[in-house]
Design a protein around this ligand. Structure first.
Ligand code: ATP
Ligand code: MG
Length: 251
């Protein structure tokens, strides 16, 4: 579904992403892990079009999108969540999800009309998402007033509401407690079971190892290995580079 080929992004002398080959297959949950500063968020920014590559290509469903505008990529079916939460803090929970759902049917043109009409299948779908994210009881709260874990949940709902086939989740578990992470685990699986493909960036190893079909490991912008969670956990390079220890990754 997504093919990164020889992809690099340099910032001055910093090789944030360096000659990366990575494939995300349709219907899988691919984990992307690596130490701080290893290039994970830069990869998301290259896939979504925030950054253009220094070299290499990004292909989505067979089409090269390396230089395409971000909003065109959204229309093709790519959505993300942000490591640093970005919601409409002054809008309610409902309005945040509704905005994401409404934009999907034809972008920004005629948006106001669609926003105000608010009936039918689209509304039903947005309501279901609120239930799915366990935020229906907070629908009229301003997003900015939600607890941190709830804001993370709302971000996920917004990405899902966009209808995207490919979801890029940049540290969705950051700042969550154990119970919230369990619930997130289930939600990520359900989204996949509904036909989404997921790229999951995370530092929570337990979540990554439990939920991912495959895991790719970055260090200094380069992929040092990829494989099943078990293979990656057993890899000595991963333990050395990523964990700085020779203990198993998810011990
Ligand atoms: N816009 C930018 N300008 C200059 N350097 C940047 C820029 N964006 C990222 N970098 C650098 O690129 C490298 C990779 O950063 P990136 O944010 O992709 O890492 P990351 O793996 O997401 O880290 P973390 O786990 O801390 O989120 C870092 O050295 C970072 O400082
Ligand atoms: Mg990051």
């Amino acid at each position: 579904m997504l093919e990164l080929r020889n992809l690099s992004r340099h910032f001055g002398g910093v090789k944030a992403v360096d000659e990366l080959d990575l494939t995300v297959r349709q219907g899988e949950i691919l984990g992307l892990i690596g130490p701080n500063g290893s290039g994970k968020s830069t990869i998301v920014n290259l896939i979504t079009g925030v950054y253009k590559p220094t070299t290499g290509t990004v292909q989505f469903k067979g089409q090269e999108i390396s230089l395409m505008d971000p909003h065109h990529r959204t229309e093709l079916g790519i959505a993300r969540t942000f490591q640093n939460i970005r919601l409409f803090g002054h809008l309610t929970v409902w309005q945040n999800v509704w905005a994401a759902r409404v934009v999907r049917d034809g972008g920004w043109a005629g948006l106001k009309q669609r926003w105000l009409s608010g009936a039918g299948a689209a509304r039903e779908e947005a309501e279901q998402l609120l239930e799915f994210g366990d935020l229906a009881h907070k629908r009229d709260m301003l997003a900015g007033n939600l607890a941190f874990g709830e804001q993370r949940r709302l971000e996920l709902l917004r990405a899902a509401a966009s209808g995207a086939e490919l979801l890029l989740l940049d540290e969705p578990a950051a700042g969550m407690n154990a119970e919230e992470i369990d619930a997130l685990d289930n939600r990520i699986r359900s989204l996949r079971d509904q036909g989404r493909t997921i790229l999951l960036i995370e530092h929570h190893m337990e979540l990554v190892m439990e939920v991912c079909d495959r895991v790719a490991v970055l260090n200094f912008g380069r992929k040092i290995t990829e494989g099943t969670p078990a293979q990656v956990q057993a890899d000595s390079q991963v333990r050395a580079a990523y964990l700085g220890t020779d203990q198993p990754a998810a011990a």
